[in-house]
Design a protein. Structure first.
Length: 200
């Protein structure tokens, strides 16, 4: 599927975006349907922990829990805790063994390499979601973006419709001359021109 990718740059940038979210924005909408900004920050923190455990092939049962998305569950120190979880996630996926064998995350058994690509996809998409919702810049590093583009392009074919169901919205057509991040966002079912003033 792919070679090992360093999560560090995208995880670090997402952590910076999360830490810069003002309290006043926590109830605002995001491009991720059904999630407020606060919900999304909490989701990022829990998914980082879940995928770090997946990298370590942690058998404690965390792999059976689905990452949440509930602002009411944000810890008081979320501006430091969420970036710390993201840093730990990046460290966990620097281990070559994380990309081999099988692991479990969100109640699903997956090849390690696929779990890694899904984790990277989560970081890129939710980084864009959170940055767009809070008027921040977000530019994932090219290596991560290329991997996520390939993953989502494969999922955009008609025969993958059942797998997309419940995970991504319908593909949004984006011109080929738009930036790669815009095209990635469209493949994930998001409108790259979304703004907080027009959440629909």
């Amino acid at each position: 599927m792919t070679t090992q990718v360093d999560f560090g740059p995208v995880a670090r940038r997402l952590g910076e975006v999360a830490a810069a979210v003002p309290d006043s924005a926590l109830g605002d909408p995001t491009p991720c349907e059904g999630y407020t900004v606060g919900d999304l920050v909490e989701h990022v923190g829990t998914l980082a922990q879940a995928f770090a455990a997946a990298a370590a092939k942690d058998a404690s049962g965390i792999g059976d829990r689905r990452p949440t998305g509930d602002a009411s569950q944000l810890p008081a120190d979320w501006r430091t805790a969420v970036p710390a979880h993201l840093d730990a996630l990046a460290d966990a996926w620097r281990e070559p063994a994380a990309w081999t064998g099988f692991t479990r995350v969100g109640g699903v058994d997956l090849p390690g390499e696929m779990a890694g690509v899904i984790a990277l996809d989560e970081l890129v998409l939710h980084g864009w979601d959170l940055a767009r919702a809070t008027d921040q810049a977000f530019e994932p590093d090219p290596a991560a973006l290329e991997v996520v583009h390939g993953f989502l392009a494969d999922l955009a074919t008609p025969e993958m419709a059942a797998i997309r169901e419940g995970r991504f919205g319908p593909v949004v057509e984006v011109a080929e001359d738009r930036p790669l991040l815009d095209r990635v966002v469209g493949l994930a079912g998001r409108d790259p021109d979304w703004s907080p003033g027009s959440p629909g």
